[in-house]
Design a protein around this ligand. Sequence first.
Ligand SMILES: NC(=O)c1ccc[n+]([C@@H]2O[C@H](COP(=O)([O-])OP(=O)(O)OC[C@H]3O[C@@H](n4cnc5c(N)ncnc54)[C@H](O)[C@@H]3O)[C@@H](O)[C@H]2O)c1
Length: 263
Amino acid sequence: MKGKVAIVTGGAGGIGSSICRSFVAEGAKVVVADIDYERSNFLASELGDDAIAVEVDVKDEKSVSSIVESAVKSYGRVDYAIHSSGNNIKSPILDMKMELWREALDTHLTGAFLLCKLAGKQMVKQGEGGSVVFISSVAAWAPVPERGAYGPAKAGLNNLAGLLSLEWAQYDINVNTVCPGMALTPMTKMVYKRDPSLRAQRLKRMPAGREVLPQEVADLVLFLCSDKASHINGVSIPIDGGFVNAGFLPEEMVKLRIDDIQI
Ligand SMILES: NC(=O)c1ccc[n+]([C@@H]2O[C@H](COP(=O)([O-])OP(=O)(O)OC[C@H]3O[C@@H](n4cnc5c(N)ncnc54)[C@H](O)[C@@H]3O)[C@@H](O)[C@H]2O)c1
């Protein structure tokens, strides 16, 4: 990936930072784009000349356009756009406040639309193709109770990837989603702190007996951006150790692969 440039929204997060490190390890330059500038700047400093940090709110069009401008100003182009920004807002639908619904929907889904529109224009202008990957979730198929717009937004991401695969195949830009099961990142740790019994309950539904590692998600993202995956377009790939198929899984078939379920 030498000479290529990646934008990663939510780049300072648990999964996003693994993706940023992996792009740099493959020789690409990275724009670490996150609402948390302190953490993005920390990561960009670690990555040296191969990365810059940009403060962005993916819900805002002007803010997202500044990521593309920074990428072009610093590195001259955009080849990969990865949308990993996210939040996990807890509320049952009956009590859901409109602003919280919008916060979740816009961070996950509208942010992806804005990133695609603005980074997509740059890729089309360059005329050399590119790749887009959304970090969706198994929640696209298995909605999470009391998480409001989270599942609906993730289902929307999968559909948006399908739509763009039709509109952008002519430009050699492939658009796919990666759908992790539970991963132990700051977001998940926050959820487990809120509800300490949840991790044990979820692990019993995981055929693999463990969470997915952020590096495993990053490896799949990098593969989808590589030349080897150029004919994979518009698909949503679960990376969940079989979790989405586990409706009938007997608890006794699960062999835990972790030493301690306490966070
Ligand atoms: N952790 C999991 O178990 C899991 C499972 C499936 C899918 N995912 C998805 O993976 C993605 C990354 O999650 P993570 O676990 O790394 O969480 P994380 O909280 O570590 O990372 C999310 C990042 O998004 C940033 N962000 C939030 N709102 C933003 C905004 N408006 N604009 C720009 N950046 C913003 C945060 O600052 C944070 O750095 C999310 O989309 C999440 O839904 C996570």
